[in-house]
Ligand binder design. Structure first.
Ligand SMILES: [Zn+2]
Length: 244
């Protein structure tokens, strides 16, 4: 997916009331790329989404974790460039797991497969994914050890599918290995970004009578300069809100 512009994002990003972060992100990507957008592997999906956020919003992507020891929230940046640098999925898109005497093969889970696990606990979700993605071998009866090895094999074959970040809690210092869902944080940031851009459009349209199209066609630096001229205090507040 290339060439998406800020006006495209404003047009196609589903409003918050229309569904979960995951549903909205898939809705956006399917609107842009067609149904094939839901059939990519999770790692490819995460990388496409992070690249889209970087190209359109261009600011650091903040994530937050609540410490399981002291309940303090710690903010940390999602290591976007590191995730984008992870290897692409193995080209054959298949992993093999030895289960008892049998060798079972599974394709890599896609966005559609993940949809089918909605609401399930982790172990049940992995089992559902295993059922959906099984492509070779017998009819597997997978124990929990087999499922854990399958999940590990998927992670190795499509490393951007499960993004884990090591963080130290700001409250108690405990090391936390945080599983980050890029979808949640990109969706939250798209909401903030569009809200900010629409406020800017409103201020400039009110002051100058320009159309939305004209205002969005301005480079960001020029838009900011005009906003300063219209109301220096409002611009200062807007920039503070963005950086907080
Ligand atoms: Zn803590």
């Amino acid at each position: 997916m290339t060439g998406l512009t800020v006006p495209d994002l404003i047009r196609w990003w589903p409003p918050p009331a229309t569904g979960s972060a995951h549903e909205r992100v898939v809705g956006l990507l399917v609107a842009l790329d067609g149904p094939a957008a839901a059939r990519v592997t999770l790692g490819t999906h995460h990388r496409q989404l992070l690249a889209l956020h970087r190209d359109l919003v261009g600011t650091a992507l903040e994530a937050v974790v609540t410490c399981r020891h002291c309940a303090t929230d710690s903010e940390f940046p999602v290591p976007v460039e590191a995730v984008l640098d992870l290897p692409a999925p193995v080209p054959e898109n298949v992993v093999a797991v030895e289960a008892g005497a049998a060798r079972e093969t599974f394709r890599l889970p896609t966005v559609e497969d993940l949809d089918a696990t909605h609401g399930l606990a982790y172990d049940d979700a992995v089992r559902r994914l295993a059922e959906r993605t099984h492509v070779g071998g017998g009819a597997p009866l997978l124990g929990s050890g087999d499922l854990a090895r399958l999940a590990a094999a998927w992670d190795e074959a499509d490393p951007a599918g499960d993004v884990t970040v090591d963080v130290n809690c700001v409250g108690c210092g405990a090391p936390l290995a945080v599983s980050v869902d890029p979808v949640e944080f990109v969706a939250r940031d798209f909401d903030r970004f569009i809200d900010r851009v629409l406020r800017e459009v409103h201020a400039l349209a009110t002051a100058y009578g320009w159309t939305e199209e004209t205002i969005l066609a301005l480079p960001t630096s020029r838009r900011r300069r005009y906003l300063e001229l219209v109301d220096p205090r409002a611009t200062a507040r807007s920039l503070t809100a963005v950086s907080s």
